[in-house]
Design a protein around this ligand. Structure first.
Ligand code: ASP
Length: 332
């Protein structure tokens, strides 16, 4: 049995109002990834760790997601990206914080995981590590998109408080800035045919974040967690996910709650809520249970399991066979 689940960020309040003009592109990106990687994972051609890395790399390249190219802009209109990755078998982990020029932050995190020490590198040192190891470096202009620039301008004009935090009702998850610009942090969790689990998460953070801010995404146990029993990737207002050790807490709840993954994830989202945290979680357990809950208006998500691809945005779901990519998805 092999399973791959993805998220493309969560956000928004109230009922989902249906797809925006840009949403089919987001779903198509997920479908492509699941279509490509699902069968390779099932066949044992790639393991769980490689699958989550490749999946997140592809989403980092999709400008409509808030990771890699197309990351949201911080208060100073620059891009600072965070990413982390973890594998279940030995809890090896890697993380980069506030990188500015590495095209694929998740691959830099993966390299750190492989090297084994240190687990985390920050800013210029993380970019230098990536470059030294042959990872492509890109300019700020390449990372920035017109859409993100417009989104930043909207934040700048309408939200007078730069650096919104979870304590602030006006916290700026990137979906909250208007449906047309709605897009997000990316993550992947996988179970491979040898029973190994892995989790990865990558983000540009939150629009207008203060320089130097570190969200939950690169923090092992907050935005990403993986042990022999469960793989978890979170998205949402990072500060609340940090304060609850949200991703790790899923593993704790799973242990305490006799293995009900859906319940464990729901409990963690409830813990995050009083701290102003809104968002979603994707998780896979060792036994192959999958949970993709969110407490926001939407969470872009996709799942490959037993040869079938399912994607969703709001509470609806679309199904397609991997062999009929782009057809039979219920998409307009
Ligand atoms: N968790 C991310 C952060 O706080 C944002 C997101 O998931 O949308 O940086």
């Amino acid at each position: 049995m092999a399973i791959l689940a993805l998220h493309g960020g969560a956000g928004g309040d109230g009922p989902w109002r249906g797809m925006t003009a840009l949403d089919p592109q987001r779903l198509a990106c997920m479908e492509r990834i699941l279509h490509d990687l699902g069968p390779r994972l099932e066949a044992g051609e790639i393991n769980a760790l490689e699958a989550v890395t490749l999946a997140v790399e592809s989403m980092e390249d999709e400008p409509l997601y808030n990771a890699g190219r197309g990351s949201v802009l911080a208060a100073d209109e620059r891009v600072y990206m965070d990413a982390s990755i973890m594998q279940g078998s030995d809890q090896a982990a890697g993380s980069v914080v506030n990188v500015e020029s590495t095209r694929h932050p998740i691959r830099a995190a993966h390299l750190l995981l492989k090297e084994g020490w240190p687990v985390m590198l920050n800013a210029a040192a993380a970019d230098a590590f990536a470059e030294k190891n042959g990872l492509e470096q890109v300019d700020l202009d390449w990372l920035k998109t017109d859409l993100r620039q417009a989104q930043w301008a909207k934040w700048h004009n309408e939200k007078s408080r730069p650096g919104s935090t979870d304590e602030d009702d006006e916290a700026v998850l990137d979906h909250d800035l208007g449906e047309a610009e709605g897009m997000g942090t990316v993550g992947a969790v996988a179970l491979d045919s040898s029973g190994n689990l892995a989790a990865a998460t990558s983000t540009g953070g939150m629009t207008g974040k203060p320089i130097g801010r570190i969200g939950d995404t690169p923090i092992i146990g907050a935005g990403t967690w993986c042990d022999p029993s469960v793989a978890v990737s979170c998205t949402g207002v990072g500060e609340a996910f940090i304060r609850t050790c949200a991703a790790h807490e899923v593993a704790v709840q799973l242990r305490n709650d006799s293995g009900n993954l859906a319940k464990a994830c729901d409990t963690v989202l409830e813990m995050v809520k009083p701290m102003g945290g809104r968002g979603g979680i994707i998780a896979i357990s060792r036994s192959g249970e999958v949970a993709l809950p969110f407490q926001t208006m939407l969470m872009y998500r996709g799942l490959w399991r037993a040869g079938r691809i399912t994607t969703g945005i709001g509470n609806e779901e679309y199904s397609s066979k991997p062999t009929t990519l782009g057809q039979n998805t219920g998409l307009p």
